[in-house]
Ligand binder design. Sequence first.
Ligand code: SAH
Length: 347
Amino acid sequence: MESPVKRDIRRLKPEELEKFFAGHGEKPFRAKQVNEWLWKKSAKDFDQMTNLSLSTRDLLKEHFTMNPIRVDNMQRSEDGTIKNAVTLSDGLVVESVLIPTDDRITACVSSQVGCSLDCKFCATARLKRMRNLNADEIYDQVVAIRQQSELFFNRPLTNIVFMGMGEPLLNYTNVISAIDKITSKAGLNMASKRITLSTVGIAKMIIKMADDEVKFNLAVSLHTAINEKRSSIMPINDSNRLEELGEALKYWYKKTRREVTYEYVVWENVNDKIEDAQALVKFCKIIPSKVNLIEYNTFDDVEFRQASAKALAMYQRILEENGIVARIRRSRGKDIDAACGQLANKS
Ligand code: SAH
């Protein structure tokens, strides 16, 4: 029988593993070998660690477990997008998405099971938050998509976005630790500038990221630059006002010199008027930024509706007149509910 005190080996720090081996009379380089299996080679069990003796593998099995994710269900969209239902070791499920375009393959990964933020337009919000993902569970989503990228497209994974389920800045430690592994030579060796963290814009955490000198890109789900409206669709805005967000972004830019991307959906009768676009322009002037106008994806009985093409054109014109780059982002994977804001484990 397995002992309940066994720890997941991937939650140990490298020095803890070294200490473990030293305590069992093994050479310190064993820790390096094992770490290589755990991260760089993404081993799923101890028997894959073929350069360790059987007795060393047994020693590991005796003390530790490994809890890799399982991709139980993979759906492919007619546009090539792949959605994975990912089962975690405790049986909970999150979703991750592979998005292919001509020049890149992007992994969209989840950071929490469900979400606590209750944005009125988002399918994940209906799930409520169950728990944070561990760093290894985030890392494994990237590894799985990296393999699918090679297998189905014969191309390498190029980008990662934290735009799946959950709010990454409410699971900061694990997200940062996953990104450290993803970018490290001892892990996947991917470039930080190919990673984008998307957040509702939690001001104090944006300041923390700036202080921590993170090297990845920042995207903020803005959706409206008018406080009252934002509070009505994104309750986090009650305690995290646009003024405070703006100050945090100023600090971010001062420290990192990197522009921010605002994600923005235009909805009918919510934010489709000229004064909405003008408020956005004003907000965009706080620091260098660009805007992604995201197509809205409906689900269930949600009452939000994508605004007209005319409203979008109005936004683009006003942003352009003010020297702000705005791109319209079409949805991918809609036929399999893999598009932004549709992730909700229906599969
Ligand atoms: N919590 C993070 C990341 C997850 S959501 C964040 O809020 O940024 C990723 C993006 O999808 C966000 O910009 C979110 O506002 C947007 N989104 C949510 N529901 C959507 C929907 N139904 N259609 C289009 N975009 C949606």
